[in-house]
Design a protein around this ligand. Structure first.
Ligand SMILES: Cc1cc2nc3c(=O)[nH]c(=O)nc-3n(C[C@H](O)[C@H](O)[C@H](O)COP(=O)(O)O)c2cc1C
Length: 329
C-alpha cells in the first residue's frame, strides 16, 4: 500500500485538514490506519522556520502517511519555492499554501488569511512554487476577510489566483475577521456559507474545488460531493477519528472497515519503535483519546490515558490497560 500510495495521483475526495499542534506525524500515522485513502495535511510550517530552523524535524514523516501534503505559510515567492522543493525532495505528494489562518502572529509576517487582500501576490507565490516542483501545489483560503466579503470579491480572488496555473482550491466556507476575533473564534463565529463554494465550482468547472468547515459526517460529505470535488474535515476527524472509518468506501465501495481494536493494535508496534527513539507515550496517545468517542467505556479509556500516559516511564502497556477499560465494559 505504501509504495502505491506514494506514486499514484492524488485523489482528494476526502482529506483531513492541516491543524497546528494536532496533525503532527503521530496523529497522521494514526489517521492513516483508519483510512488508507484520505489525503493528510501537516501542520502549517512557515518558510522562515523551514529555511532557518530544524528542517529534518519539520519535514519528518513516516512512509505510511502517504498520500501526504505539506502546508506552508509565507508570502515570499522565492522562499516558498525553495521550501516547496524541500517538500518534494522529502517525499511529500503535494504542497499547500495557507491563505486562511487568521492569527495576529502570522498577519504581522504576511502569512495566512491576510493574503486574501493580495491575490496577485498569492498568484506570484504559487507560480514560483509550481516552477520549482513537479508535485501539485494547492491553496487553502477563506471566503473573504473583513470588508472583503462579497461573492464577487471571492470570485475575483479565485480568478486571479488561478492565473498562476494552480488548479486545486480548498475553501474554508466562512470569512475571517482579522481584527477582534481570535483564531478559535474565527473557526465558529463567522457563519458558514457553503452556497458560495458551490457557486465557485460552477463558475470554474475546470478547477478542483474542495469544501471545508463545520462538516461532521460521511452523509454530509456525500451530499457536498454532489456539488464539489472534495471534502476536507478538521475538528471532527480529530475529536472523533472513527468517523473516518467509512471514508475509504467513498473511493472503493467494497473497502473493508477496520474496527477500533484493529486500529489501536496496529499502533502498538509503532509506539514501541517511537519510544525506543526517545519519544514520550503521551505525545502519541493524546491523538487517540477520541477513538472510543460515544462508545461504552470510551470515557474510562480517555481518563485512564489522560491520567497515566504522561507519567515517567509510561510505555505501551498503559495504552493496553486503557483499552481493557473498553473491552471489559
Ligand atoms: C487546532 C487547530 C489548528 C489549525 N491549524 C491550521 C493550520 O495550521 N493551517 C490551516 O490552514 N488551517 C488550520 N486550522 C483550520 C482547519 O484547517 C480548518 O480549516 C477549520 O478547522 C475548519 O474545518 P473544520 O470545521 O472541519 O474543523 C486549524 C484548526 C484547528 C482546530
Amino acid at each position: 500500500m505504501t509504495a502505491d500510495n506514494q506514486t499514484r495521483p492524488l485523489k482528494r475526495t476526502f482529506s483531513v485538514a492541516p491543524m497546528m499542534e494536532w496533525t503532527d506525524r503521530h496523529c497522521r500515522y494514526f489517521h492513516r490506519l483508519i483510512s488508507q485513502h484520505a489525503v493528510l495535511y501537516t501542520e502549517m510550517v512557515t518558510t522562515g522556520a523551514l529555511i532557518h530552523g530544524d528542517q529534518a524535524r519539520f519535514l519528518r514523516h513516516n512512509d505510511a502517511e502517504h498520500p501526504l501534503a505539506l502546508q506552508l505559510g509565507g508570502s515570499n515567492a522565492e522562499e516558498l519555492a525553495l521550501c516547496s522543493r524541500m517538500a518534494e525532495d522529502a517525499g511529500y505528494n503535494e504542497v499547500n499554501l495557507n491563505v486562511g489562518c487568521p492569527s495576529d502572529r502570522v498577519q504581522n509576517n504576511m502569512i495566512g488569511a491576510c493574503l486574501m487582500a493580495h491575490p496577485e501576490l498569492v498568484a506570484e507565490c504559487l507560480t514560483a512554487m509550481q516552477s520549482r516542483v513537479a508535485i501539485p501545489v494547492t491553496v487553502k483560503h477563506r471566503l473573504g476577510i473583513d470588508a472583503m466579503d462579497s461573492y464577487e470579491e471571492l470570485h475575483q480572488f479565485v480568478a486571479t489566483v488561478s492565473q498562476s496555473g494552480c488548479k486545486t482550491f480548498i475553501i474554508h466556507a466562512r470569512k475571517a475577521i482579522l481584527q477582534g476575533l481570535s483564531p478559535k473564534e474565527n473557526r465558529h463565529i463567522p457563519p458558514l456559507n457553503y452556497e458560495w463554494v458551490y457557486r465557485i465550482k460552477q463558475a470554474f468547472p475546470h478547477l478542483e474545488i474542495l469544501i471545508n468547515g463545520g462538516i461532521k459526517t460521511l452523509d454530509e460529505t456525500r451530499a457536498h460531493l454532489q456539488q464539489v470535488d472534495g471534502v476536507m474535515i478538521g475538528r471532527e476527524a480529530y475529536h472523533n477519528p472513527y468517523m473516518m472509518a467509512e471514508v475509504d468506501t467513498l473511493y472503493q465501495p467494497d473497502a473493508a472497515l477496520p474496527t477500533r481494536l484493529q486500529i489501536i493494535e496496529q499502533m502498538y508496534p509503532y509506539i514501541e519503535a517511537e519510544l525506543k527513539q526517545g519519544c514520550y507515550l503521551g505525545h502519541i496517545t493524546r491523538h487517540l483519546l477520541g477513538l472510543f468517542h460515544a462508545q461504552p467505556g470510551g470515557r474510562q479509556f480517555r481518563r485512564y490515558l489522560s491520567e497515566n500516559a504522561h507519567k515517567a516511564g509510561a510505555d505501551v502497556d498503559v495504552l493496553k490497560r486503557a483499552v481493557e477499560k473498553v473491552a471489559t465494559l
